[in-house]
Design a protein around this ligand. Structure first.
Ligand code: KIV
Ligand code: NA
Length: 275
């Protein structure tokens, strides 16, 4: 099937059809997600979801490239967005372009980076180099230390206005789309209404041009606390652990492997191993 393109995403918004995005970090998750969604994000959430970190701050370009390569080997038809990790787009335009270029060379169609006004020069530099950029505003996880935790953003009037202004600035700088994370639905609706480019919401209410959720959240693969904005469609952790437990029980009972899972010598060769 042909690849999803950025003009196609813009057409979806124009036609009032919602855009669907999830994450994938490896070949297994990419193959699960690819037939279902329009866009796959190789997110820096790989840090907390798969690599055991507390947050996304320890994630490096090398880690992201490793996961992006695994996703690209599946030859996905969805549009692939690679997430720029912490400090890969902060040190200057040249460094930012070189880092984003690493992702484009590996097959990503676009990159995503967190932040508004302070990141505009970097967005312009990337767009100038023909690298499509997705913005990311609101609850930006790389700002966890400044925010003092993962908290809804834009609840006060001044902050809400700043997010709207940032969204307009990102669109003017050339972003093809913007993720709105962890903001009141009314604010996300206003941003979506104001912009021409599609907004992709996560914890930003129903009135965005599309929605993104982390695949492991949708599939219930993670233990422990779940954010209010997550809807889990299968209790993956307990379903899969239950299946694994049945296998372990069979092994312990001597019921695995059975005849169906076992190789046998042909009759003519049996004498060779007969005791
Ligand atoms: O890294 C990620 O998974 C993300 C999405 C939740 C937007 O940035
Ligand atoms: Na991210």
């Amino acid at each position: 099937a042909p690849r999803v393109t950025i003009p196609q995403l813009h057409r979806l918004k124009t036609e009032g059809r919602r855009i669907v995005m999830t994450t994938a970090y490896d070949a297994v998750t990419a193959r699960i997600a690819d037939p279902v969604v329009d866009m796959i994000l190789v997110g820096d959430s790989v840090g907390n979801v798969c690599l055991g970190f507390e947050n996304t701050l320890p994630v490096s370009m090398a880690m992201m490239s490793h996961h992006l390569e695994a996703v690209m080997r599946t030859n996905p038809r969805a549009l692939i967005v690679a997430d720029m990790p912490f400090l890969s787009f902060h040190l200057g335009a040249e460094d930012t372009v070189r880092n984003a270029g690493e992702f484009i060379r590996r097959g990503a169609a676009a990159v995503k980076l967190e932040g508004g006004a302070s990141r505009i020069d970097m967005v312009r530099a990337l767009v100038d180099c023909e690298i499509p950029v997705m913005g990311h505003l609101g609850l930006t996880p790389q700002s966890v230390n400044r925010m003092g935790g993962f908290k809804v953003q834009g609840r006060e009037a001044e902050q809400a206005t700043a997010i709207l202004d940032d969204a307009i600035a990102l669109q003017e700088a050339g972003c093809f789309s913007i993720v709105l994370e962890g903001i009141p639905a009314d604010l996300a609706a206003r941003v979506t209404d104001t912009l021409d480019i599609p907004t992709i919401g996560i914890g930003a209410g129903p009135t965005c041009s599309g929605q993104v959720l982390v695949l492991h959240d949708i599939l219930g693969l993670l233990e422990g606390h779940r954010a209010k904005f997550v809807r889990t469609y299968v209790e993956g952790y307990s379903v899969l652990q239950g299946a694994l437990g049945r296998w372990a029980g069979d092994v312990r009972a001597g019921a695995f492997p059975g005849e169906a899972e076992t190789y046998r010598l042909p009759e003519a060769a049996r004498d060779a191993v007969a005791s």
